[in-house]
Design a protein around this ligand. Structure first.
Ligand code: IFM
Length: 452
């Protein structure tokens, strides 16, 4: 196989998120987030795992940045925990909370690593959830205020900013499927949450542009899947249309084309009247981005399957008479996700073809979970990364403007409802001792970065 090569200046990174790695949930004035509440609710996470300690990165960040230097990272994407900055989701910034991220940024810069900040990776202050959470427009306004506080403190040293990580998951996994915090199963509420997340993104983007320090680039990270029907049966083809709407177009159409997606009224008119929308929202949401952050792990194969409860009053927004049915021959990761690198290539070309004027793309997450054990090479992860990067390179050769790749994730961490039972890291974390043990994929990624 040919050697993997990328264009000069391609940005090599790794990504993490606050609640998944930091721990120290009671320190320095941090408030409670919806994930603290959710993880501490019996039955919500595997084995009752919580992020209370996680990777203890809050205290070990210097050791972790040293690992990033060893890896040769060009950039590190991390998220800021909103409840560290505003314990109740409003008011002035908590200096001790900001100070942690100041120290982290200084450490990264001293190591020649570009910091990339995600402002929201799911840890909403619980006080805001108690007031309605993302169902309420006020949360979008609070988010923009919080974003300006963090930006004012760090923008002189942080050149890359991401407003939201994966609004799909915040809205639909959190408020419709209920597998993530806050654990709701709603129709109208989940669609309102999706909308208010995008309004929050738009308000924050506008505010950050107004207080821009220099040439920092502002973007949004969406998790998208390329969608195909599981068979050529017209019912499956129709199901694929609904899946593409739910997974992708609810976000990509307003953000990248300033339009509401076709088909949304037919799909959801029994559960919402879209009364959460206001004049001017599309202009806000569809403001130009400096880059699009793209998270992708697997493609979608949609099959028609009637949702069990047909009563519209009980329909959650994700009950769209569809289930995933990928080809049986595709291998699976420990998450059960099908491995098909060309799914990422198809997604990149779909974005290019659907959205003229598409901004440059940074792949802000891609990676895989496997049942790793220390001392045993994670060859499946190396194969996953290698094959997906080949798909990215082919897309670049085809004219898709991809500027960077952030591997998910630097080190094993709290995988949300799966707790610590799923390992995605380039570095193995032995949780009882907090020892970090680089995996074979770490060495492979290091060589790739050094070569490219
Ligand atoms: O761990 C998550 C991350 O927080 C968001 N994107 C997907 C990853 C793997 O599930």
């Amino acid at each position: 196989m040919s050697e993997l090569r990328f264009p000069d200046g391609f940005l090599w990174g790794a990504a993490t998120a606050s609640y998944q790695i930091e721990g120290a949930v009671h320190e320095d004035g941090r408030g409670r987030s919806i994930w603290d509440t959710f993880a501490h609710t019996p039955g919500r996470t595997a084995r009752g795992d919580t992020g209370d300690v996680a990777c203890d990165h809050y205290h070990r960040y210097r050791e972790d940045v040293a690992l990033m230097r060893e890896l040769g990272l060009g950039a590190y994407r991390f998220s800021v925990a909103w409840p560290r900055i505003q314990p109740d989701g409003k008011g002035p910034a908590n200096p001790a909370g900001l100070d942690f991220y100041q120290r982290l940024v200084d450490e990264l810069l001293a190591g020649g690593i570009t910091p990339c900040v995600t402002l929201y990776h799911w840890d909403l202050p619980q006080a805001l959830e108690d007031a309605g959470g993302w169902r309420a427009r006020e949360t979008a306004e609070r988010f923009a205020e919080y974003a300006t506080l963090v930006h004012a403190a760090l923008a002189d040293r942080v050149p890359m900013w991401i407003t939201l990580n994966e609004p799909y998951c915040s809205a639909f996994v959190g408020y419709a499927e209920g597998r993530h915090a806050p654990g709701a199963r709603e129709g109208h509420g989940a669609l309102a949450a999706a909308h208010h997340l995008l309004v929050g993104h738009g308000l924050a983007l506008r505010a950050l542009r107004e207080q821009r320090r220099g040439d920092e680039r502002l973007g949004l990270t969406l998790n998208l899947n390329h969608v195909r029907p599981a068979t050529s049966d017209p019912a499956d083809v129709a199901a694929a249309g609904r899946a593409e709407l739910l997974y992708n177009r609810v976000f990509t159409d307003p953000v990248l084309a300033a339009r509401w997606p076709d088909g949304e009224r037919e799909l959801w008119s029994s559960i919402t009247d879209f009364s959460f929308r206001r004049d001017g929202d599309l202009d806000l949401i569809g403001q130009p981005l400096d880059f699009l952050g793209l998270n992708n792990y697997f493609p979608s194969y949609a099959k028609h399957a009637p949702t069990a409860d047909e009563d519209p009053a009980h329909r959650a927004a994700t009950d769209i008479d569809m289930l995933e049915n990928p080809p049986a021959e595709l291998p699976r990761t420990a998450m059960g996700w099908p491995v098909e690198p060309d799914g990422l290539g198809r997604l990149l070309r779909w974005l290019r073809d659907e959205y003229p004027g598409l901004p440059p793309i940074h792949i802000t997450e891609n990676g895989s979970a496997y049942p790793d054990t220390p001392g045993v090479d994670d060859t499946a992860r190396v194969a996953y990364l290698d094959s997906h990067l080949r798909a990215v390179r082919a897309a670049i050769e085809d004219g898709v403007d991809v500027r960077g790749y952030f591997c998910w994730t630097l080190m094993d961490n709290f995988e949300w409802a799966y707790g610590y039972t799923k390992r995605f890291g380039l570095v193995y974390v032995d949780y009882p001792t907090q020892r970090r043990i680089p995996k074979a994929s770490f060495r492979w990624y290091r060589e790739l970065i050094a070569r490219c």
